[in-house]
Design a protein around this ligand. Structure first.
Ligand code: ADP
Length: 434
């Protein structure tokens, strides 16, 4: 800075002296100012050339403000270079780590276009990086569940299983996780082993249930014959026969439910699409529930919107709704209140069963829909339940893209609500015209 001041002063003194000597003070000053401006412009030009290409041009070596600017720029550049190197190393480490991951990882942009993919994505999904850069994921993976997952608003909480597009023997579990703004991570995990084990368990259950059906039918048939001739039986045998009949009936229901669960598990995941008149179905279920209630004389209320129908499988929905109503009857003391509702709102359509029965303790609620899970072992065995009802409900709802909501207070009652998305709901007129 000092040098600049000295230089400018020298210019000014020279201009003054030459102006005074020539008697043209103003002209001398103007010429000196123009000269100084030209010199500064030349230094700026040098600085610009140096900034543009430092290798071909040496740094301007005039001490003063230009030198200070150059060293400041040099310092910033060195710092920037170091940061870049550090970031590049980090990026390389990240790429190495994700490449080593056994799970396929694909980074997606806002339009579902591929921004980056690891090596496993090629082996499991057939996505080649960088050849498939900017391609939409749905153009490469044409499975409907992939498109549904990408469009789903609750994708972060769900996963879908599909066969691998390049090896149908591989089973992949797909997940979507939001990452940076507008970006999403698409993850695929090889779950072939788990899937096979699940399949084996399911096949085993289906086969055992199937095989048990015939001997059970024979035993049940003989029992009915014996009970038809009860009068000839010794008195002490009568309660025994009645117990045997009750337990045989229970086993028959259990096998029926087991076969239904295994069928639901093995059905393709595509949603059934019959048009189902839910209000009419609920009238039937209501009638059956009254019969089941019998002497217990529960108080029923049925409120069903007659204009609201569903797209789905009539038999599956019947099983699910009827299971929920039957449970309300089984777990509500005599003369208790049971309210069945079918209504719609902005979020879709809802089927709700509310009772003022014995309720379920909080700690059991998270696991209550698991197969054979019971809030308390005694209570459902006593009610003749199979422990499969809510598991059936869960499967059926899952296949209809619906969810089950449960609220319960022990000793006060329970609410079971099935929430169907708007896409599954049709108006009565639409249902009739179709
Ligand atoms: P179950 O055939 O034993 O009734 P579910 O799967 O239908 O099997 O139900 C599982 C358990 O949930 C039942 O054993 C019961 O303890 C509890 N449960 C279901 N519905 C109700 C209800 N409305 N009120 C109280 N408890 C219920």
């Amino acid at each position: 800075m000092q040098a600049d001041l000295r230089r400018a002063t020298a210019f000014l003194v020279l201009a003054l002296l030459s102006g005074l000597a020539s008697g043209q003070l103003l002209a001398g000053l103007l010429i000196a100012a123009a000269g100084y401006a030209a010199w500064s412009h030349w230094r700026l030009r040098q600085l610009l050339d140096w900034l543009r290409d430092r290798k071909a041009h040496p740094a301007p070596d005039v001490p003063g403000v230009f030198e200070a600017i150059c060293s400041e720029i040099d310092f910033l550049r060195t710092r920037h270079r170091r940061r870049k190197r550090r970031l590049a190393t980090l990026l390389k480490q990240f790429e190495d780590a994700t490449s080593a991951l056994p799970d396929a990882t694909v980074m997606l942009g806002p339009e579902g276009e591929i921004r980056w993919a690891n090596v496993a994505a090629q082996d499991q999904l057939g996505i080649r990086w960088p050849d498939d850069r900017r391609q939409r994921l749905t153009n490469l993976l044409r499975h409907p569940d992939v498109a549904a997952l990408l469009e789903s608003e609750t994708a972060a909480d769900t996963s879908v299983d599909i066969p691998s597009p390049i090896d149908p023997g591989l089973r992949l579990s797909l997940r979507l996780a939001p990452c940076a703004e507008d970006m999403r991570l698409f993850l695929a995990r090889d779950v072939t082993r788990m899937h096979r084990m699940g399949q084996m368990r399911s096949d085993f259950l289906a086969n055992v249930s199937h095989e048990l059906r015939t001997p059970l039918t024979v035993v049940s048939g003989y029992l009915q014959t014996l009970r038809a001739q009860e009068r000839q039986c010794p008195e002490a045998w009568k309660p025994v026969l009645s117990q045997m009949q009750a337990q045989t009936d229970r086993m028959t229901s259990m096998i029926r439910d087991l076969l239904l669960v295994s069928r639901l598990e093995n059905e393709p995941s595509t949603l059934p699409g019959e048009r189902v008149c839910v209000p009419e179905m609920l009238r039937r279920i209501h009638g059956e529930a009254q019969t089941l209630s019998g002497d217990r004389r529960h108080l029923f209320a049925l409120e069903a919107d007659p204009t609201l129908h569903l797209l789905g499988s009539e038999s599956e929905l019947y099983s699910a709704f009827s299971n929920l109503v039957t449970n309300a009857v089984q777990y509500t003391p005599p003369r208790g209140f049971i309210r069945i509702r079918w209504y719609g709102d902005g979020a879709g359509a809802h089927f709700a069963v509310e009772d003022n029965g014995i309720g379920i303790p909080d700690l059991h609620l998270p696991r209550i829909t698991e197969r054979f899970y019971r809030a308390e072992a005694g209570r459902s065995r006593h009610s003749g339940g199979t422990g499969l009802g809510l598991s059936i409900v869960k499967h059926v709802l899952h296949r209809h893209a619906a969810t089950l909501h449960i609220e319960s207070v022990i000793g006060k009652g329970s609410l079971f609500r099935c929430d169907f998305p708007p896409g599954r709901v049709v108006g009565a007129e639409q249902a009739e015209s179709a």
